[in-house]
Ligand binder design. Structure first.
Ligand code: FE2
Length: 216
């Protein structure tokens, strides 16, 4: 896997290029801002881009999806719910649910995790989870109202029940800790994973005076 740190003005997004070693087929998560870095990484790795995994439809996560799909003639995957709620469209778009599929010998397992948006999805490939704006090492994605915060609570609960301590977490952004932290560590350090019920979680997640738009 190749981690690409993409910068646009004050924004920093992490993109992840995952390459199947047997076929050199590659997928990329949430491509944004610097297409030249993606071209170069594919070239250096002698890999072919076959698809784009989108966690959700916010602009900083889909920024390069259409240009890349056109350039490499590859698919774009997004959850049915996110397509319906955002109106995102592209000729290469494939609507997905939680049914896994394979690229070369890599199995891609989507996990629906709504809350930050109605159709947020995480993607698990082997022991790596790509979380977009759902789970950060330091917190979780912003929620916009009580129902969305309740959804986020249940999505984090779903991930906690499902992930192994050694699963590496690759979020869309970092607020201090580098991508790839194991879930066991995040579980110890991230207070958003320790609320007992959706109501107390929502009260905290939606509190006023938060410093970071996406996090706290
Ligand atoms: Fe977002």
């Amino acid at each position: 896997m190749i981690v690409l740190k993409m910068v646009h003005r004050a924004m920093i997004n992490y993109n992840y290029l995952i390459i199947d070693p047997s076929t050199r087929q590659a997928v990329i998560v949430d491509p944004a801002w610097q297409i030249e870095k993606i071209d170069q990484a594919l070239n250096n790795a002698q890999a072919t881009l076959v698809g784009i995994l989108l966690t959700h439809a916010h602009a900083d996560h889909i920024n390069l999806a259409k240009p890349l799909a056109a350039k490499y003639n590859c698919r774009i995957w997004m959850s049915k719910q996110e397509i319906a709620s955002s109106g995102f469209n592209a000729p290469q778009l494939v609507a997905i649910d939680e049914t896994p599929w394979s690229v070369g010998q890599m199995q891609i397992q989507p996990i629906l995790t709504p809350g930050h948006t109605p159709g947020c999805i995480c993607y698990q490939i082997a022991d790596n989870l790509f979380t977009g704006d759902v789970l950060f090492a330091e917190g979780c994605g912003i929620c916009f109202d009580i129902p969305s915060a309740h959804l986020m609570y249940h999505s984090l609960e779903k991930l906690t029940a499902r992930l192994k301590p050694q699963t590496q977490i690759f979020p869309g952004h970092s607020y201090g800790k580098p991508p790839g932290r194991v879930f066991g560590k995040i579980l110890q350090e991230n207070m958003y994973l320790h609320f007992r019920d959706p109501h107390s979680f929502a009260a905290f997640r939606l509190r006023s005076g938060q410093r970071y738009k996406n996090l706290q």
